[in-house]
Design a protein around this ligand. Sequence first.
Ligand code: SAM
Length: 462
Amino acid sequence: ANISETRVQPRKSQDESGYGMYALQDIPPSTPLFTVPGIALLNSITLRKHYPKTKPGLTNTQIIALHLFLHRPSSGTSKCDPLFGPYIAILPEDFDAHPLTWHVKQAFSSEGEINGGAEATFLSLLTPSVSQDLERASKAFHADWKRVHDYLTENLGVCASATNPRVSDGTGPIKSIWDFLWAWLNVNTRCIYYRVKQNRSDPNNLTLCPILDFANHSAVHPTTWPKSTRSEVWNVAPPRGKDHGDDFTLLSPPDSAVKEGDELFLRYGHHTNQFLFVEYGFVNPRTRLESSGFGDIDISPVVEALFMDRGAMGQWLKTVLEEEGYWGNWTLHVSPAPAHPDYRLTTALRLLDSFPSPVSDISDVDDRDERLNTWREAANGSRDAISKSNETRCRRTLERICRGIAGAAGSQIGHLENVFAQQLADASGWSEYVKGCVRTLWQEEEQVALAVLESIKMGAEF
Ligand SMILES: C[S@@+](CC[C@H](N)C(=O)[O-])C[C@H]1O[C@@H](n2cnc3c(N)ncnc32)[C@H](O)[C@@H]1O
């Protein structure tokens, strides 16, 4: 299928973001940059007729990753996928610098299968919330690998059709987790939203899209945006039985013209640096502070530890917060000023401090229902606060949390420099890049925590 005449081309970026999408000419606002026909997009609609059916069906992530896995280019062969070969040939060669790769490798090295060396060290230098979120990403990866592995074991003929020699060599998919990781990370870092399902918010609404997937993320530059497809306009899934969905057109930024040679960006979403690093393997640089998303941190692991330190009482409080939808996802923000905790965190701390130490057993608290009701009223906004003393204790707890985060960040930044100088200097071509990302993550922890401490000192209302 032909892609329409395009006004952009992929080119190596000046910085470390790999390839980017660049304007071939001056382009006015809201102008179509290119159109990719539905048949040239890689998604469940274009792929499903090539694979035996299964129940439950493979998710869109699983089927796209399966297809890339079967056709990962290999230096030992010139064979390529007859459907999407030219597109697959220009995907990144590897994801060695991606933190999920280190995580998966470390699990194997602890089983003695590979030497986890530098990767284990990189992992040990990450911030607590990045480490925690990496567990989530790793679980999702392993669940998809298990499902695809089971599918291939039931459908060995699919392996025989692979152009990836490590999959088609007759040993089955067993040994090829690294090829699947490469495939899965391509899906995770390059897919965009695209309607394949009836429900607009179905997580299966995604596709790989040639050319567009060279667009880097920016939270500060004017960004390109997809033209609404027919399915989006009419709020319907593409008709059943069709072998492709709608064509995909990308438009130039709506409110600014682009000059020939400019890089064109996409906004991947309003994400924290912690999330960008776990999902995509990069962070917004610190120099683009304010509007770039630098200045928002998730501190859930630190707060979780406070609850767990309270033993049985902490467990009970956790159950309450889970039931009421306030457990986890606790954040601090630099802007809008004054730097502040988010409402979820304030609400969780109010509960923690409604049952202060040293009480460790909930059955010792006679008025527990009364305390819970007061907390609920504050949580749902029918009262401003629980009490003056509760507010004071919460602020002290928050102060303690922020001091801990800023202190840990300060010492980790120094530690990081030493470890990179002594152990990782020659680890790989990208270790400087990784050091920059990890240092930015720690600096952000330090700056946000210090900013919230300043707010507390100034008596800011949250
Ligand atoms: C959809 S691809 C974009 C094209 C990619 N740069 C390439 O060379 O193929 C997404 C990946 O590009 C990189 N990337 C995107 N935006 C970036 C940015 N602002 N800074 C650094 N790397 C970025 C990350 O590695 C991310 O996983």
